[in-house]
Design a binder for this molecule. Structure first.
Ligand code: CUA
Length: 355
C-alpha cells in the first residue's frame, strides 16, 4: 500500500513539474499573429480528432478486455474469431477518410504559409551565426546614410499589423562555422531552417505590441541552447521612431570620459597586442567596419546580447563577457583578449553609451 501511495504521489509531482508554466512566452498554443493563428487553427481540430480516435480505440480495448476476461469456473475456450471482412474494411476506410480530409486542410495551410508576401511586407534577412542571430533590414527605406541595411543582432524589432518576410540564411564564408540553425518564434510563426548556402523564407506578423521570445531549434553546436533572440513588436509610430534612431550614426562619447577611453580601445589595436575589436565589429559613424560579429552601433538600445543570454543594461554581465566570452557562453567565437579590469571597465562604459 505504501509503495502504491508513493508511486501515485511521485506521478502527481511529475505531472506538476512538467505542467506548462503559466507565464511561458514560447507558447505556440497562444498565437499572437495571423501566421501563427493559421497553424493553431489546424492544430486544434487535429488534436480533437486524435483525442476522439484515442478514446474509441482505447475504450474498445478496455471494454473487450473486461467483457471477455477469464472468470473462475469457466474452463472452456471462448469462441475463436478469424477475421471479419466488414469490420476490417470499415476500419481501413474510415481512418483513410479522416486522414484524407486532414490532408486537404494541411496542404492548404502549407500553401498559405508558403505564399508570396503581401505587397506592403517588410523584408528582413536573418542569418544564423554561431551562436547568435543577425537581422538586416533590406528595404530601400531602411538604409543608413552609408547605404548599408539597418543591422541589428539578437533583437528583431518589427511594427505590429505588418507582415515581415524573412529570408533565413546561415552564416557561410568558409570559416568552418557553417552549420544548420532553425529560426523559431512559437507565438508568431512556425520554424524555418537556416541552411548554409540556401535562402529559406518564412512569414511572421504580430497583432499586438510585445516581446516574443524565440530560439534556435536545430542542434548547432556547444551553445545551441544559448542561441536565443526576441522579436519586439512596436506600434507603428513607435517603430518609426525606433528606425529613425537606428539609422543614425553612433554617438561619440564626450572628451575625458571613461566611454571615450573605451572607444579608443575599441577602435584601435589593443595595447596588449592581442588583436582588435574592429576586426569583427562595426560601429556606424566610426572606423569600425568588421563583419564577423554583431554590429554594435546601437548596442545599448537593445535588450540583450550574446544570444540574449545577458542584458545590455547589466555592466557586470558585459564585463564577464569581455573577460572571457567562452567561459560564459561555451563555444563563443569571440576570443578572450585578456583585457585588464581597467580596460574592461572602459569598454563597458563605451558600449553602454551606444544608445
Ligand atoms: Cu543555432 Cu541551434
Amino acid at each position: 500500500m505504501r509503495k502504491k501511495l508513493r508511486l501515485v504521489l511521485g506521478l502527481v509531482a511529475l505531472a506538476l513539474l512538467v505542467a506548462c508554466a503559466p507565464n511561458a512566452t514560447q507558447d505556440s498554443l497562444k498565437p499572437q499573429g495571423p501566421y501563427a493563428d493559421k497553424i493553431h487553427e489546424l492544430f486544434i481540430p487535429v488534436v480533437w480528432i486524435a483525442a476522439i480516435v484515442f478514446v474509441i480505440v482505447e475504450g474498445g480495448i478496455v471494454l473487450i478486455l473486461l467483457k471477455y476476461r477469464h472468470r473462475k469456473g469457466q474452463e472452456r475456450m471462448p469462441a475463436q474469431t478469424h477475421g471479419n471482412t466488414r469490420l476490417e474494411i470499415g476500419w481501413t476506410i474510415l481512418p483513410s477518410l479522416v486522414l484524407a480530409v486532414l490532408a486537404v486542410f494541411t496542404v492548404q495551410g502549407i500553401w498559405d504559409l508558403a505564399s508570396d508576401p503581401p505587397a506592403n511586407a517588410m523584408n528582413v534577412t536573418v542569418t544564423g551565426q554561431q551562436f547568435w542571430w543577425k537581422f538586416e533590414y533590406t528595404d530601400a527605406d531602411m538604409q543608413t546614410a552609408a547605404g548599408e541595411p539597418l543591422t541589428t543582432a539578437n533583437d528583431l524589432v518589427i511594427p505590429t499589423g505588418r507582415t515581415v518576410y524573412l529570408s533565413v540564411e546561415s552564416h557561410s564564408n568558409g570559416s568552418g562555422f557553417e552549420v544548420i540553425h532553425s529560426f523559431w518564434v512559437p507565438e508568431l510563426a512556425g520554424k524555418q531552417d537556416a541552411v548554409p548556402g540556401r535562402t529559406n523564407h518564412i512569414l511572421l506578423e504580430a497583432d499586438h505590441p510585445g516581446t516574443y521570445t524565440g530560439q534556435c531549434a536545430e542542434l548547432c553546436g556547444l551553445s545551441h541552447a544559448n542561441m536565443r533572440f526576441q522579436v519586439i513588436a512596436l506600434a507603428p509610430a513607435d517603430y518609426d521612431a525606433w528606425v529613425d534612431g537606428q539609422l543614425g550614426d553612433a554617438v561619440t562619447p564626450g572628451p575625458g570620459t571613461q566611454a571615450e577611453a573605451g572607444m579608443n580601445l575599441f577602435l584601435n589595436p589593443l595595447p596588449n597586442g592581442n588583436g582588435s575589436c574592429v576586426a569583427c565589429h562595426s560601429i556606424q559613424g566610426t572606423s569600425a567596419a568588421g563583419v564577423g560579429g554583431p554590429d554594435l552601433t546601437h548596442f545599448a538600445s537593445r535588450d540583450c546580447f550574446a544570444g540574449c543570454l545577458f542584458d545590455t543594461s547589466d555592466p557586470e554581465a558585459i564585463a564577464e563577457w569581455l573577460r572571457d566570452p567562452a567561459a560564459v557562453k561555451p563555444g563563443a567565437v569571440m576570443p578572450n583578449y585578456h583585457l585588464s579590469d581597467g580596460e574592461i571597465e572602459q569598454i563597458v562604459a563605451y558600449l553602454q553609451s551606444l544608445e
